[in-house]
Design a protein around this ligand. Sequence first.
Ligand SMILES: [Zn+2]
Length: 155
Amino acid sequence: MAARQRKRSTDQPLIEESSESARPMAWPGMRGVATVLGRALRLRCPNCGGGPVLEHYWKLRARCGNCGLALERGERDYFIGSMMFNLVVSELLFAVLFIATLLITWPDVPWDTLEWAAPLAMALAPFVLFPFSKLIWLGFDLLLRPVTPDELQPQ
Ligand SMILES: [Zn+2]
């Protein structure tokens, strides 16, 4: 009994991993996708649109300050997918901006500026996108695996 009342370690998930795997998946509509993207881009909870969800720019809270959603959803290394998402978006932004710069400035492309600005932007983008990618990842997960009552804890 004493072990049950022991304070929760920060390494342990809030929700049991085995119950997460048994959850059925649902197909999200475009309206749901737009909603969670909008909430994530405003750094709000993808589930309720409230917050706060960040302790600081680099760290999510354990639960949403409004609806009490467990933000790591009970899986170890839950946000590894958000890192992949972060890097892919950074690369896509680079490609879009590079091509746009070429098209807009052709034939006088500022190669000297691109030579230092492009690598600098590529190095900074993953840091700037860090909290957004985590919340977008969580939002898409919520669309595919909707929230269950056991994940919510009133604040
Ligand atoms: Zn919330």
